[in-house]
Design a protein. Structure first.
Length: 245
């Protein structure tokens, strides 16, 4: 497993991962997936009391799993080696900007999508910088921002009895950060990481979420992307793209 410490990459058995806004469905679902994979996860929130409640709820919900979860506020979360931002899209950049120095040199994953519901239709919003991920990168210029996991259905992510069954599209201006996140994704059963290039592609990744949500509504289901035609070995970099079981 690849881990970032400062500006260096090293190998380690596990990581200490902080999730800002980790009490919501997506954040808490990711927390338990990473926790059962052997990582120490800090569930951050503006209210530490809310985080304490969420950790107790998750431990009670999955008594047969060893969940390595710690309750904390957002300041505790940003103190971890790697940080995930799982807040609503309209507060994502503002929150990370408050912790710019604490996030220096770290890999920061943003899961946010700028969406609005008009009638029964979900529509993407295009922020001034093109994407939420680009806005986050501008707020924390000394961090390595990665856009990933926008398309994972929260309910499936939070159900440890079943695998997720989804490709995870990842983009960043830092190739080594993509490697770090890909390693994490491979540890979630049913997920396959796919490198989609530079952070400018976050515009497409975030907007595509509106399409998936509209499919959910139209067909009364919960969809996730699964792409065909990609071999087990990515010919561009020789990286395995196997799916965890």
């Amino acid at each position: 497993m690849t881990v970032v410490r400062g500006t260096r990459l090293c190998k380690a058995r596990s990581m200490r991962i902080g999730i800002i806004g980790g009490t919501g469905p997506a954040g808490s679902g990711l927390a338990i997936r990473l926790g059962v994979a052997g990582h120490d996860v800090v569930i951050g929130s503006r209210s530490k009391d809310r985080s304490v409640e969420k950790v107790a709820e998750l431990v009670a919900l999955w008594p047969n799993h060893q969940l390595r979860l710690t309750a904390g506020d957002n300041a505790d979360a940003v103190g971890c080696e790697l940080v995930v931002v799982a807040t609503p899209w309209d507060s994502t950049a503002t929150i990370v900007g408050e912790f710019a120095e604490e996030l220096r040199d770290k890999v920061v994953i943003t899961m946010a999508n700028a969406l609005v519901k008009v009638g029964k239709e979900f529509q993407p919003l295009v922020p001034p910088r093109g994407s939420i991920a680009a806005h986050v990168q501008a707020e924390i210029p000394h961090s390595r921002v990665v856009a990933a996991m926008q398309h994972l259905p929260a309910k499936e992510l939070g159900n440890l009895d079943h695998k997720v069954d989804s490709d995870v599209l990842i983009c960043s201006d830092f190739p080594e950060a993509i490697e770090v996140v890909s390693d994490l994704v491979q540890q979630i059963p049913g997920c396959r990481p796919l490198n989609t290039g530079r952070l400018s592609n976050a515009l497409a990744l975030e907007a595509f979420t509106a399409v998936l949500l509209q499919l959910n509504v139209r067909y009364k289901t919960r969809v996730a992307p699964r792409l065909t035609g990609i071999p087990d070995i990515d010919p561009r970099n020789g990286r395995k793209t196997t799916i965890a079981e």
